[in-house]
Design a protein around this ligand. Structure first.
Ligand SMILES: [Zn+2]
Ligand SMILES: [Zn+2]
Ligand SMILES: [Zn+2]
Length: 279
């Protein structure tokens, strides 16, 4: 499996849209890997996880998303499910002959379409190009040869009772976790993680270097390290497992050039936009 990290920031980006804090200033001045767009992952040029800065990705990486058939969404937050740009998959905005886009998301996330007035004006006769699939925690589904299992996350949204999902992906005897925005895992997710071996794990590291005393909607580097220690003990990961931290907020005060080594000291790879890993 080939994983391409299209973007690696939290919702506001780094530098953030309306910010001039020291992290944003340093990141902007240093450029390169210090600049982060919103987090999204492309698997084997076939399945996209989370949908946000798609137009920028198409331009920057010269992606051909006209052929993209599968979009897997973690939750309703706009940096993971920018439903407005999906309108451009409809005819008139695109050209005929391309396959439909299958969208897999939890029930509350999909309800955004019905609750958004703009959606009412979309041409429903052309909606066959968007196919919606409701995902439920603990109910695996297949996309071709890929087995995808939605696990529970500790991540509250504006939709009461939304079941934010993180995903385990399995193919060719390899297994990885796509863990955005997980928070510190709930008990039932721990049970699953502790009883499976992972070749690669992607961790929510939104809070970066912050010293957080309480569990929140996201994890910090310290919490990533805590997770790694627990999973090493359970045998879920070992020295061969690839461990990646991503979804960085400027509020976590992480600058790639300054802090990549800090993550490395803990056995963690700090993601950057455009990073590719073959599993
Ligand atoms: Zn997010
Ligand atoms: Zn900032
Ligand atoms: Zn979120």
């Amino acid at each position: 499996m080939k994983l391409k990290f299209l973007g690696t920031a939290a919702a506001e980006g780094v530098p953030a849209i309306f910010c001039s804090c020291q992290t944003c200033k340093s990141s902007g001045e240093l450029g390169g890997r210090n600049i982060r767009k919103r987090s999204s992952l492309l698997l084997d040029d076939k399945i996209m996880f989370d949908f946000n800065d798609a137009l920028t990705f198409v331009h920057q990486y010269q992606l051909d998303l006209s052929k993209l058939e599968h979009l897997v969404i973690t939750h309703s937050h706009s940096d993971h499910f920018n439903i407005f740009d999906l309108e451009f998959k409809l005819r008139w905005y695109t050209n005929p002959g391309n396959p439909p886009l299958n969208i897999y998301a939890n029930e509350k996330a999909l309800s955004r379409f019905d609750l958004t007035p703009e959606f009412a004006s979309w041409d429903k006769s052309k909606m066959e190009l968007l196919q919606f699939h409701t995902v439920k925690r603990w109910q695996p589904f297949f996309i071709d040869q890929y087995k995808i299992t939605p696990l529970a996350a500790n991540h509250v949204t504006s939709y009461a009772g939304e079941e934010t999902c993180i995903y385990v992906v399995e193919k060719d005897n390899k297994r990885f976790l796509y863990g955005l925005d997980s928070g510190f895992y709930p008990e039932e997710t721990w049970e699953y993680l502790k009883s499976h071996y992972f070749h690669l794990m992607i961790f929510d590291s939104t809070l970066g270097l912050l010293d957080i005393k309480e569990r929140t909607n996201h994890m910090s580097l310290a919490e990533n390290v805590e997770v790694v220690e627990i999973l090493r003990k359970s045998g879920s990961i070992d020295e061969n497992s690839v461990l990646i931290s991503t979804h960085f907020s400027h509020n976590g005060r992480v600058v790639y050039d300054l802090h990549e080594k800090t993550y490395k000291e803990h056995g963690l790879i700090m993601s950057y936009d455009g990073m590719e890993i073959v599993l």
